[in-house]
Each structure stands twice: as structure tokens, then as C-alpha cells.
Design a protein around this ligand. Structure first.
Ligand code: NAP
Length: 322
């Protein structure tokens, strides 16, 4: 089978490889689609923080067809797996076939095509997990929600989901000149320059947001906490600006703000199924198509470089066996 293989000390290459074999608790999947996430960009360049085995087949998303029945899935079922170690601690989706842990599989909802499931990908799945957490404490009438890194994968899907659920959404982006119209087309009611949030400020500022979905971290996340109103929720899933967090306890003890971490990789099976059920009903899949770019397996290395350079818009899907 074909696979994109990253070996330390060498660049990534599209190679012929033997087919993997499933063991107990695992399922062999024929890959139809994968995607390009920020983390895939890091794996493709051999970043040891992500590429934890050597050699590694990157690709943290898999959408495909079950080759042989196992546990709760039948032969021919269309399934999706996000994270769960794929493309990090075990070989991932940039190959014709992949072995996945059975418990991480979700059978695709009927109305979601394999290509659209890949367009959702880890980024969209993470956006859904963030929304699920936010809506526990923040209702659409409570005030403005800000989404950072809005033109990226997590951000784009978060804007789409929140606006469809009736929240008023401000999109924060570093590319206002080129992406403002795009962000409004996804449902953002306002767009702001990410520079407004990026620099370190006072630990408590004028309350602007009822909640926030952040994939950026660092001083941007600190500013979001400082500007969130009483009882608001800020979700944190990413570190596009940095992994530091220069803040104080003041937003927590004076405004009861919640900082909620989001981790898609190790999401338990029941939460995976809940998130995908909600994605199938709450995401405008036609709109998602407008935020999706397609590449072939042979072009995935360049696509990874562009994601890391912040040059991509929305989601990139990888055609593997479809
Ligand atoms: N915890 C999890 O389970 C999980 C899951 C998925 C992703 N993530 C993380 O979430 C983040 C976003 O992932 P993604 O797949 O959406 O990546 P992406 O498509 O590359 O989007 C990231 C966006 O962040 C913004 N950005 C980039 N550099 C920045 C900087 N220096 N300062 C401020 N903003 C910056 C850009 O948006 P604008 O151009 O609009 O400014 C960029 O499009 C990454 O850190 C990723 O590793 C975590």
C-alpha cells in the first residue's frame, strides 16, 4: 500500500509499505479521506513533540471503510477516527490502510458524507467539543462570543457552529484584509484584528465577552480571560501563538470566569459519539464545503507547510482512496 512516511533525519516521502495487521481490540480501515491539521504540519516536518514513533505515517484523521467486522462495527461500515494517537504515537491516515483502536471509531452519521467528515476532521471535532463545554454555562442571549484564530480550522468551524446555534460571534483574525468577507459568510457578526487581543494588558479589563473559544494561547488567552464577563467560559485547545499563559487569578476570583481545557485526542468514546451526533445536526455542511480545500496524498507535504505558515483558510481534506 502507499503511505507518506516520516523518518527522523530524512524528509517525508510517499512509499510502498506492507499492509498493517490488526490485533485484539483493533480494526483495519481502508482510508478514503484524511485531513491536514496544524498538528499534521508539525508531524510532517518531523517535530519530535508530535512524531513520537520513528518512522511515522502522519495523519491524525481517518475517514474510511471497515475492512473486516469487529466488535460493534460491521464490514463496509463508514467510520471516522479523530486523534486517539493516530499520526502521533501510531501510524495515521496518510496511507491506503490503517489500523485503529476499535473504541475510538465512530460510525458516520448517515447525512455526513466521508469527504465532509474529513472536512470536519480533528479541527471541527475540537470546535464541537469546545461548543459543548461553552453551552453548559453560556446561553445565546448572554452576550458576545469571541473566536480566535478564526480563519483557521478550529476557528472556522467554531464560528459556523456558534452562529447556527444563535450565538452572536466576533471572529478574531490576523488576516482581516483577505478573510473578513469569508468570516462573515460563516456567520460572524463582527471581525476584529487579532492584534487587539495579542499584547499583554491589565489582568482585569472591561468585560466584553460572555465566552470565548481559543486556539491561540499565550497573551491572547490571558486577554480573553481579562475581558470575560461574570460567570463566562473561555475554552482553550491550542497554542498557535504560544504555550505560555501570562495571567493572574483575578478573572477567576473576581468574575467567576471558567477556563476550560479541551483535548480531542483522548476524548472518551461516549463524548466522541455525542460530538459527532451534534456535528451531524448543528453544522451547516453546505457552508462547510465553502471552507474546504482538497489535496491529493502526493501534495500533503506542501499542504502541511502551508498550515504551519498560517496560509490556509478553513479546512484541508486529503483524498486518499476515495
Ligand atoms: N487540544 C486539542 O485537542 C486540539 C485539537 C485541534 C487543534 N488544536 C490546536 O489548536 C490550534 C488551532 O488548530 P487548527 O487546526 O485550527 O490550526 P490552523 O488551521 O493552522 O489555524 C490556526 C490559526 O491560528 C491563528 N494564528 C496562527 N499563528 C498565530 C499567532 N502567532 N498569533 C495568533 N494567532 C495565530 C491563525 O488564524 P488567523 O489567520 O485567523 O489569525 C491560524 O489560521 C493549534 O494550536 C492546534 O495544535 C488542539
Amino acid at each position: 500500500m502507499r503511505a507518506v512516511v516520516v523518518e527522523q533525519g530524512r524528509g517525508p516521502a510517499l512509499l510502498d509499505r506492507p499492509e498493517p495487521e490488526p490485533h485484539d481490540g483493533e480494526v483495519l480501515v481502508e482510508v478514503l479521506w484524511s485531513g491536514v491539521n496544524y498538528k499534521d504540519g508539525l508531524a510532517l516536518r518531523g517535530d519530535p513533540g508530535v512524531a513520537k514513533i520513528d518512522p511515522l505515517v502522519p495523519g491524525i484523521d481517518v475517514v474510511g471503510r471497515v475492512v473486516a467486522a469487529s466488535g460493534e462495527v460491521a464490514q463496509g461500515d463508514l467510520v471516522v477516527v479523530n486523534g486517539a494517537g493516530l499520526g502521533e504515537t501510531r501510524d495515521g491516515g496518510y496511507a491506503d490502510r490503517v489500523v485503529v483502536a476499535a473504541e475510538s471509531l465512530v460510525v458516520l452519521p448517515e447525512n455526513v458524507s466521508p469527504r465532509r467528515a474529513a472536512a470536519v476532521g480533528t479541527a471541527g471535532f475540537t470546535a464541537m467539543l469546545s461548543v459543548l463545554r461553552l453551552e453548559r454555562d453560556v446561553a445565546p442571549g448572554d452576550g458576545e462570543i469571541v473566536v480566535t484564530g478564526a480563519a483557521g480550522g478550529v476557528g472556522s468551524v467554531a464560528v459556523m457552529l456558534l452562529s447556527r446555534l444563535g450565538y452572536s460571534v466576533t471572529a478574531s483574525s490576523g488576516r482581516l484584509e483577505t478573510e473578513s468577507d469569508y468570516l462573515r459568510s460563516l456567520g460572524a457578526t463582527s471581525v476584529i484584528d487579532r492584534a487587539e487581543l495579542a499584547s499583554e494588558g491589565r489582568p482585569l479589563q472591561r468585560a466584553r465577552w460572555a465566552g470565548a473559544i481559543d486556539g491561540v494561547g499565550s497573551s491572547t488567552l490571558a486577554t480573553l480571560l481579562a475581558q470575560t464577563s461574570w460567570g463566562g467560559v473561555v475554552t482553550a485547545c491550542g497554542l498557535a501563538q504560544g504555550s505560555d499563559l501570562p495571567t493572574t487569578v483575578l478573572p477567576f476570583i473576581l468574575r467567576g470566569v471558567t477556563l476550560a481545557g479541551v483535548n480531542s485526542v483522548d476524548a472518551p468514546p461516549a463524548l466522541r459519539r455525542t460530538a459527532w451526533r451534534r456535528l451531524a445536526t448543528d453544522l451547516d455542511l453546505d457552508l462547510l464545503d465553502t471552507a474546504t480545500t482538497e489535496v491529493d496524498l502526493a501534495d500533503v507535504v506542501d499542504a502541511g507547510r502551508r498550515v504551519l505558515a498560517g496560509e490556509t483558510r478553513g479546512r484541508t481534506v486529503v483524498r486518499v482512496g476515495a
